[in-house]
Design a protein around this ligand. Structure first.
Ligand SMILES: *Cc1c(COP(=O)(O)O)cnc(C)c1O
Length: 463
């Protein structure tokens, strides 16, 4: 198994290289050259496995021979032993034929743990074997940062720098990052938006000299291994609800398009999927694309679901690659123009292709708070604002979506106490592992939105 770049001028790489590289050196994203297939017969057999055994089986073809099979099994097992629920990602019934897939039982209470707990261990395993060290730089609008830091803290062969937009991350989220005291962890607050943070990270990667100087790597959602790990829970839910005989509809609260792209990957591997529904907040660039083939950047609006406050969804490029019949020159051209003009032009045939599998919704803040209150009063269940956008979408569109519908619950409500307070008048309690979060000491550096200054900071800490 090898991986190719969506922009066509980076070398094809094996799994270990793709894991360490993050972004491809031509600015593109790595995708499998060919998607492994899981036959119907195999799906029936996989349905009997527990989560980590299923994860091992599904991910093995992606890893190929870059990691010894026994070692890989051990790494996967260890990654999911950190979760507080036996099932790892339990399905909870919400309504007739409507389910919540709870992805927030990891150490930092958001779905990002599912991939990052694995990534931290994979990095350590591969680098230790090679006697190498890397610098991880990532941008976060909230949940990625804490999950990445939690996955990398104290690891021998990694330094991690996490950028967050100053003042645009909730207190809980900031504290989950900035209260980790570990010599290899650096928190940086950038005076700017999440997109600014993400642009800085991309610029660091595009600077070949800098990239080599500090052995740069990424854990943000452009990293292929994250997509790989997320494919597993689509199979998990689909198999529980009738695959390979019956298809499933997935509703996914979407920001960077990483999570839902994993659903698309599961579909390409043979899982029957009826529809993938992109659930957006007011930052609705993806909604506008799927509605009317219009993808034009607009300023980011802060919402009650900050992990989805994104205008440029990096992983969309992976889908675009397929929509454009895997023609890397067309992808490069479209992406360069998008950067220049703020408009992504997608030919009609490609857009129509996307509409066969994807649908989209847009949910504003009032509606988000309204559905949190409704679910709380009707089901005695408190959901976080990101999950709420999915639930609202699933219920609103339920007449036109075929069941079973699985709505992805992407965060624990305690991560977003302000939204809960507004919606239901009370603050959810933090789980035991985080109960003293507000008493812990914070540690971070504020930097301007300037590439030179950021690079100098990273150099100084890694030399
Ligand atoms: C990251 C995140 C999202 C968005 O996921 P993408 O993979 O970026 O689309 C949604 N909800 C929560 C809680 C998140 O942390």
């Amino acid at each position: 198994m090898f991986y190719i770049s969506t922009r066509g001028s980076a070398p094809a790489l094996a799994f270990d290289e793709v894991l360490l590289a993050g972004l491809a050196c031509d600015g593109g994203l790595y995708v499998p050259s060919v998607w492994p297939q899981v036959s119907s017969v195999e799906q029936v057999e996989l349905n009997n496995l527990n989560y980590s055994d299923l994860a091992f089986r599904l991910m093995l073809p992606f890893v190929g021979d870059t990691i010894a099979e026994d070692d890989f099994a051990e790494i996967v097992g260890a990654s999911y032993s950190e979760f507080s629920n036996d099932q790892v990602v339990p399905l909870t019934k919400l309504d007739d034929g409507v389910w919540l897939l709870e992805l927030f039982h990891g150490p930092t209470l958001a779905f990002k743990d599912i991939a990052l707990q694995l990534l931290g261990r994979l990095f350590d395993y591969i680098l230790t074997r090679r006697g190498e060290r890397i610098t991880i730089v990532g941008a976060t609008s909230g949940d990625t940062g804490s999950a990445a830091i939690e996955a990398c803290k104290g690891r021998e062969s990694v330094d991690i720098f996490i950028l967050h937009p100053a003042g645009r991350v909730s207190d809980v989220q900031r504290r989950q990052m900035t209260t980790v005291s570990s010599e290899n962890v650096y928190n940086i607050a950038i005076n700017g938006t999440f997109d600014d943070c993400q642009d800085l990270v991309k610029a660091c990667f595009n600077d070949v000299h800098f990239r080599e100087q500090v052995s740069l790597s990424a854990v943000n959602s452009i990293n292929w291994a994250r997509i790989m790990a997320q494919i597993v829970y689509y199979f998990w839910a689909g198999l529980k609800l009738g695959a390979p005989v019956q298809g499933t509809t997935f509703v996914v609260p979407t920001g960077n398009f990483g999570n839902i792209f994993a659903g698309y990957g599961a579909h390409l591997m043979g899982l029957p999927v009826n529809k993938l529904v992109v659930a957006s907040n007011q930052n609705d660039i993806l909604f506008r694309f799927f509605e009317k083939n219009e993808m034009a950047m607009e300023p980011v609006v802060p919402t009650v679901s900050p992990s989805m406050d994104i205008q440029v969804s990096s992983n969309f490029e992976r889908l675009l690659f397929d929509l454009l019949d895997r023609q890397p020159d067309d992808v490069s051209e479209a992406m360069h123009n998008f950067r220049k003009t703020g408009k992504l032009v997608v030919p009609n045939f490609a857009w129509k292709g996307a509409r066969k599998l994807f649908d989209a919704s847009k949910v504003d803040d009032d509606t988000t708070l309204g559905i949190i209150a409704k679910i709380y009063s009707e089901k005695n269940m408190l959901i976080d604002p990101h999950t709420a956008i999915g639930v609202e979408t699933a219920l609103q569109m339920s007449a036109k979506l075929s069941r079973p519908i699985v709505s992805l619950a992407t965060a624990h409500p305690a991560k977003f106490p302000d939204a809960a307070k507004k919606a239901v008048g009370q603050v959810p309690t933090l789980p035991p592992s985080l109960i003293d979060l507000y008493k812990r000491k914070e540690n971070f550096t504020v930097l301007p939105n300037e590439l030179d200054i950021l690079q100098e900071f990273i150099r100084a800490k890694t030399y």
